[in-house]
Design a protein around this ligand. Structure first.
Ligand code: ZN
Length: 300
């Protein structure tokens, strides 16, 4: 029998990736506001089917928006579907900005929560994260946090202007003070679509490698790193990130694009059942291709 955090599903998935040198995708299954409620499960099904087909672990992610729009029963459904899969899949809340959302999330069926304290100053961030880590421990929920601040916004999150790069020297102190399990560094990555110049300009691979090396020096493999802001970035950039310790790679729009185009193009001509069946198939094929890129395919 294992104890927390080793007993936690997200912890097991991410540490297996760390041990075997690949990355696992955190797939955001944002619910379409403009569509019928029948679509709400498409992303969930697409992740599970892709993961089972190519024997990959995965994280299914939702935003606080989902939590409010659908409420805890929807999270229960995702957890029940994810945990019944034939490969390890966990359920994760991305970017929990508000303490009241974290309080609600701790009562839901999440395996892990990303606590985003980027709106607070350094001390406030530590305080916020530490508090949720302690509460999460009682519930068996692991915590991811961001150090520094990433620019941009997506899917119900406020738009942040002006990034603050993660200071590698502060990483160890932050992890020790908060007890956080996974760390998302800010290195020029941006949420939502990249501004002009794309990820190539904003990431600056040379700087990223130096920064990740410095973070690894201070943290070792104890605290796996999480990559945010991947829409879009090249396979080569993902490879560099994974080689330098990124173990969870968040995916949102990139793997959903073809599915969205299919819905937009076919929604008037197809029956809803056909639209869903073919939509989930297209969505899951994109996710499967990403699992191959991240190296998680064939590992579960
Ligand atoms: Zn993010």
């Amino acid at each position: 029998m294992s104890f927390f955090p080793e007993s936690n599903r997200t912890w097991q998935i991410i540490h297996d990736a760390a041990k075997r040198n690949y990355a696992v995708g955190g797939y955001c299954v944002q619910v379409l506001k403009s569509a019928s409620s029948c679509y709400n499960t498409d992303g969930v099904l697409a992740v599970i089917r892709a993961a089972e087909r190519c024997r990959s672990s995965a994280l299914i992610q939702v935003f606080p928006w989902t939590l409010h729009f659908h409420g805890p029963p929807f999270i229960q459904y995702i957890a029940s579907a994810a945990h019944s899969a034939s490969v390890p899949i966990s359920v994760h809340l991305d970017h929990c900005l508000k303490p009241e959302d974290a309080k609600l999330a701790l009562e839901c069926a999440f395996d892990s929560i990303m606590v985003d304290g980027s709106m607070f100053d350094e001390e406030g961030n530590i305080e916020y994260v530490k508090n949720i880590v302690e509460k999460g421990r009682d519930k068996g929920i692991t915590i991811e946090a961001e150090l520094g601040r990433m620019e941009g916004g997506e899917d119900g999150l406020p738009n942040i202007e002006g990034s603050l790069l993660t200071d590698p020297h502060l990483a160890k102190e932050f992890v020790e003070k908060t007890g956080v399990h996974f760390l998302a560094p800010s290195f020029g990555n941006v949420h939502g679509p990249y501004p002009s110049g794309g990820a190539e300009k904003w990431w600056q691979l040379d700087r990223l490698v130096l920064q990740l090396e410095a973070i690894y020096k201070s943290l070792g493999s104890h605290t796996p790193l999480v990559l945010h802001g991947t829409h879009p970035c090249s396979e080569e950039m993902l490879r560099v990130g994974i080689e330098n310790g990124m173990r969870k790679v968040n995916q949102n729009r990139t793997v959903r694009k073809k599915y969205m185009e299919f819905l937009a193009g076919e929604s008037k001509s197809l029956e809803l059942t056909q639209l869903q069946e073919r939509g989930v198939q297209i969505y899951s094929e994109e996710i499967e291709a990403m699992m191959v890129v991240l190296g998680s395919a064939g590992k579960a």
